[in-house]
Design a protein around this ligand. Structure first.
Ligand code: SAM
Length: 347
């Protein structure tokens, strides 16, 4: 942890400021120590990362540990350059920036940035282009350790283990908050979003991506399977995810298309010609396969769907209402098959 981070933090229990005691340092970096707030709440610093999760919600731990196991098993492939570039491109497209230049231009006017649910830190890296800004990248899982190993030396990025529903910052602090593919994994997507926006300054921008509700067959199958998989051991769920990956691959190897002649509204299936694997994937069962990424990455994508305790899906109308409720004006809205990407500005 960089020593300067302490000036920006607020105790997640009582919101008072912290002092830091280092027990081990590497240069100016505190690798081990403790944060103590003025009301004596204490939080450890381990492996250079301050640990600020207050585990007072029974169900929280399962989410955190599911993702810790995902990142432990698959962090290398998520840091791979091919994945990094593909994810960045996808991010720029979904949120309407389109190019790195446009994102960087936007970031020039943003000083305090929150990457809420950073995973292995790739997005924190994208957001750090303005050297005058400070990027605070949080995640509830152990991913922050892998993120810190990869990007922790960059002077304006801080990694913290913290809960999106109990943030260690003062309200109205951030100029830009991004929570990409995270909120639907919290205990309650809507209340997590609304809580997060309290930390946004006036004129600040918040960007979120949440899973979209699919057609009824896929929704039914997801609920049915996840009911089993979220309670499996990590190893069993990895095995199950491999089975889904192999099924997706077999369907994909068919290299066949099917044509649906007319819309089937009751099943939310649109007329069109589809690759068999894609049709099966979007309408029946999550069995992800892509030739463009390594086998392990395909398994990780299926595991990511089946293991986390919470994985809510939402409609465009629901998401629009959340923004209206907190008086954040939507400046960008994009709906794709998998999810909804929305940005909005606080009045
Ligand atoms: C699907 S990953 C997305 C990671 C990253 N944003 C990306 O797009 O690659 C979801 C992340 O949300 C984190 N997460 C889930 N619930 C959280 C919470 N309550 N507080 C902070 N992070 C949370 C998980 O640990 C996981 O790393």
């Amino acid at each position: 942890m960089k020593t300067s981070l302490v000036d920006h933090l607020a105790c997640p229990i009582c919101t008072s400021g912290f002092t830091v005691k280092a027990t081990k340092k590497r240069g100016s970096e505190i690798t081990d120590g403790v944060l103590i707030c003025s009301k004596r709440h204490k939080f450890p610093i381990r492996n250079s990362v301050p640990r600020l999760v207050v585990d007072d919600e029974k169900n929280f731990v399962k989410t955190e540990s599911a993702f810790s196991s995902k990142w432990r098993n698959y962090h290398k492939t998520y840091h791979d350059k091919k994945w990094y570039d593909a994810q960045k491109k996808w991010f720029l497209d979904r949120f309407g920036w389109q190019t790195t230049q446009k994102l960087n231009k936007f970031l020039k006017s943003r000083i305090h940035i929150l990457d809420a649910g950073t995973g292995v830190g790739n997005s924190a890296h994208w957001f750090s282009s303005n050297p005058d800004s400070q990027v605070f990248a949080i995640d509830a899982s152990e991913s922050v350790v892998f993120a810190h190993k990869k990007y922790g030396d960059i002077p304006n990025i801080h990694f913290l283990q913290a809960d999106i529903r109990n943030l260690p910052f003062k309200k109205n602090f951030f100029d830009f908050i991004c929570s990409d593919q995270v909120l639907h994994h919290t205990k309650d997507t809507e209340s997590s979003f609304k809580y997060l926006t309290k930390f946004l300054k006036k004129k600040g921008l918040v960007s979120i991506y949440v899973y979209k509700k699919k057609g009824p067959i896929r929704e039914f199958t997801d609920d049915y399977i996840r009911h089993h998989t979220v309670n499996m051991s990590e190893r069993d769920c990895i095995e199950f995810s491999k089975e889904m990956t192999d099924l997706g691959k077999s369907l994909s190897l068919l290299k066949k298309n099917i044509t649906v002649k007319r819309d089937i509204p009751i099943l939310q299936i649109k007329a069109g010609t589809y690759d068999v694997q894609r049709f099966f994937y979007w309408n029946v069962l999550k069995c992800w396969w892509s030739d463009d990424v390594p086998y392990q990455q395909n398994i990780a994508t299926n595991f990511d769907w089946y293991y986390p305790k919470f994985a809510y899906r939402h409609t465009p109308d629901e998401v629009k209402k959340w923004f209206r409720d907190v008086k954040i004006k939507i400046s960008h809205f994009q709906e794709i098959e998998s999810g909804i990407s929305v940005s909005g500005i606080r009045n």
